[in-house]
Design a protein around this ligand. Structure first.
Ligand SMILES: [Zn+2]
Ligand SMILES: [Zn+2]
Length: 371
């Protein structure tokens, strides 16, 4: 039986953003939750798989490892409690150096890059830029392996055996009867150290280069969404360039409140208009809309305008605009207004005194208590 990918388990596409993944996970976790499916081993298994998939895909670092190397790249890491990136990367080194990987190509530590090739920049955009899409210039700084020392950080690329670990790349620590090994902090596990520091990069092995790139932001983008700009990341020792990821943060709007692809707006309505069922002109994302109130519209009542919301970032249609009514009352009344309102009250007769029916029936009931 072929194993499902994490994307298939959560029933999302490979380019799904965080919000979509979270939504899919919530739905499935609810569906397969053991509380809802007592004594159902299949549901329990699916519930576990969903958790595993979500744990990986909701974490940017783990997800990029999974995308590149599959589940194998995460093995051992996914089950570890801390699961931080440092853990994962050191586990990776183990795998590639052939101790645990079994059959994997052993990579010379000297060839390994000192930094990940993919990189991320955060970008803040305004509410309307997110709704309608825009073009933006992203300024960022990437790392480029130093030419003079071939990324080693050593003058003329000359390396000698690391003194701290004797070239092992590992140092050992004793704690009680246990011995722990740890990546050598002096050489970061490469086993070699610079005889002299490279003058160009001062021993760092890379230089930092400023760059800017123009990106097209699709309409409907939301906070936490990520765009990949292919081939604009860090440059490694062998000239391979990683990808640049731009993660967005959308500044909220004063009037429109976003919920996924729907947008809410609160409309203050004077009490007389709510009673008469007036027709109002209200703002929408793309101009104005006509809102026809019901006669006797209630406070917090909602009116939905289908398809007047936000375009789905993946092109799956458009959300709704929901107007929520906030009824306002006069703070004080003039003598004339009071007079008019009292006349209005009288004109309704018994309908204007609904509390009396409660009063009457309660009194009737209480009479029975004392009989
Ligand atoms: Zn250098
Ligand atoms: Zn060392």
């Amino acid at each position: 039986m072929e194993e499902l990918s994490y994307y298939e388990i959560l029933e999302v596409t490979r380019d799904a953003d965080k919000t979509t993944i979270k939504k899919a996970y919530r739905k499935l976790a609810k569906q397969y939750h053991p509380d809802k499916n007592p004594n159902d081993p299949e549901a329990e298994h699916k519930f576990k798989l969903c958790n595993e998939a979500y744990q990986c895909l909701s974490d940017d670092q783990q997800r990029s490892i999974y995308d590149r190397y599959g589940k194998e790249g995460l093995q051992g890491g996914a089950g570890r409690s801390s699961g931080g990136f440092d853990d994962l990367s050191s586990m990776f080194e183990e795998m590639f150096s052939g101790f645990a990987g079994g059959g994997r190509r052993r990579q010379n530590p000297a060839d390994m890059d000192k930094y990940p090739l993919d990189m991320n920049v955060d970008m803040r955009i305004s509410f309307n830029e997110a709704i309608f899409g825009c073009e933006k210039e992203v300024e960022f700084t990437y790392k480029k392996s130093c030419n003079d020392c071939k990324g080693t950080g050593a003058k003329d690329g000359k390396l000698s055996t690391c003194k701290q670990c004797g070239g092992q790349g590992q140092v050992y620590m004793k704690q009680g009867f246990m011995t722990f090994s740890q990546t050598c902090p002096a050489c970061q596990g490469t086993g070699s150290a610079a005889t002299d520091k490279c003058n160009s990069c001062r021993g760092a092995g890379y230089e930092e280069v400023k760059e800017s790139v123009s990106i097209k932001i699709p309409k409907g983008i939301d906070t936490g969404n990520r765009l990949r700009v292919s081939g604009r990341g860090n440059i490694g020792k062998r000239g391979t360039r990683g990808d640049l990821y731009v993660t967005f943060e959308v500044t909220p709007d004063k009037h429109f409140i976003r919920d996924e692809n729907d947008v809410y707006i609160e409309i203050p309505v004077f009490f007389t208009q709510a009673i008469t069922g007036a027709t109002l002109t209200i703002p929408s994302l793309r101009g104005e809309l006509e809102l026809k109130l019901d006669v006797g519209t209630k406070d917090k009542q909602r009116f939905t305008f289908r398809g007047e919301g936000i375009d789905d970032v993946h092109g799956h249609g458009r959300g709704d605009l929901i107007a929520q009514i906030d009824i306002t009352y006069p703070k004080k009344l003039s003598d004339e207004q009071l007079d008019l309102l009292e006349k209005l009250q009288d004109s309704f007769g018994i309908e204007s005194k609904p509390h009396e029916s409660v009063l009457d029936s309660a009194i009737e009931k209480m009479k029975g208590w004392f009989k």
